[in-house]
Design a binder for this molecule. Sequence first.
Ligand code: SF4
Ligand code: SF4
Length: 82
Amino acid sequence: MALMIGEECIACDACVADCPNEAISLGDPIYLIDPNLCTECVGAYDEPQCASICPVECIVPDPDYQETQEELLEKYHRLHPD
Ligand code: SF4
Ligand code: SF4
């Protein structure tokens, strides 16, 4: 399941650099996660890096993008073919 950024986001920029898939970008007025790039950090880390660093805890699962661990891992390998 991809994660999504809630409207509580204060646009602090802290999460962007920690994403292994470059899935987070600045929207208007808050940051956005591209569900096609977010693997919930599966393949890279044990837990979602963005959610663990966010100071206002506004990053939550996106119910529109349900995926299994296997699907998330496949997505990660597609994004990182090396
Ligand atoms: Fe990026 Fe991981 Fe956050 Fe998804 S959960 S947006 S892959 S840091
Ligand atoms: Fe927004 Fe949280 Fe990311 Fe900061 S860390 S930009 S508050 S989602």
